[in-house]
Design a protein. Sequence first.
Length: 274
Amino acid sequence: MPAPAIDAGALARGGIELTVEGERATITLNRPDVLNAQTPSTWRALRAVGDGLDPSVRVVVVRGAGRSFSAGLDRRMFTGEDVEGDAGLVSLAALADGDAKARIAGFQEAFTWLTDPARITVAAVHGHAIGAGFQLALACDLRILAEDAQLTMAETTLGLVPDLGGTLPLVRHVGYPRAVEICLTGRRVPADEALRIGLANAVVPAGELDAATDALVKQLLKAPAGAATETLALLASAASGPTLEAQLEAERAAQVRRIAALAAANAAGNGSGQ
């Protein structure tokens, strides 16, 4: 069923489809004629989804319609022309540094909400995931790739940098030397290599991608919501490289909260400890 709380017009302008079924939301990039290339309207729509999803949604799946997940930025973004009413990247050069950074920060918000431990996020990737498409997949907690998937960080070869939150998770997943090689060469990383180096959690035949994603979501929803959120927060903190003592304290605090929640649930007689 569609999600009525989020502006349908904003979703349509951004080429985004959203369906919510119980505790699962599915975001579909739906501009297949341009391989789901992204524009500022896409990012506003993604941000609107993040702002408007009901708290009961626990898992968010991001996928692409047609032949590819996302071919990255709409090519018009590299020209001086407007893109559906928005100025392209060239316009940033005319802004003061602070204003340009503020505009990019707005773009980044379309991606960063996917890292919130309140929800588990899964990218189901087929075909090309280039640049902004690759970074959108990296923003998710988990990635399932079809065998035909290819990941490409093309920004540096175009004279730019990956600026949508992708550099940190890329280094976390593959390490600094390999991240340098992937970014500076702009080469395609095929699905089998992505699995081997830690960019994918699973690789499946293209015709089985949806079924594999559904099966994973079902497994993820088995964990109590509160415990899943606390665990995601702990793992994210650990990945960011805190001191051992800080991580131990975070574990202690999270466990105290979980024990209190379980005790309250048992006292109430439902035993779920959500």
